[in-house]
Design a protein around this ligand. Sequence first.
Ligand SMILES: [Zn+2]
Length: 161
Amino acid sequence: MYPRKPFDLSAYVHRIQTAPCFICEIAAGARDHHMVYEDERAIAFLNQYPTLMGYTLVAPRDHREHATGDFSLDDYLALQRVIYRVGEAIRRTVPTERLYVLSLGSQQGNAHVHWHLAPLPPGVPFDRQQLAALMFEHGGILDIPAADMAALAARIRENMV
Ligand SMILES: [Zn+2]
């Protein structure tokens, strides 16, 4: 278990509304991140602000914004295959009572569409599950050292089939 550290939500909101697209930067290899999986169309990497252990984001390499509208059916289904495989690898890596899979984002920040794969560990009280488990407002983020994040990404990667 890792302690939590406070999260500066207003600085984060300012950053995502003013900085270049962070997912495009990761896809281009221009930004530090813990990659879990990549192929010619998709990337998966650990959430750098994890509220849950093993919290991973999956995104198309290309800058697309609309979860269904910017994809052909085949491209969408290809991405969902990656989401399934990464999700199963996460379940093999960390104790997971439920795996949450959802796409959020905003045209006003974090516009590059991505899917959150967030494993809820066993034993979380009901009122701290679901969206509450993902929110920075409930105790901040897990303070996971970079070396441990790298090891976690490697374990998820190894558990992909
Ligand atoms: Zn982008």
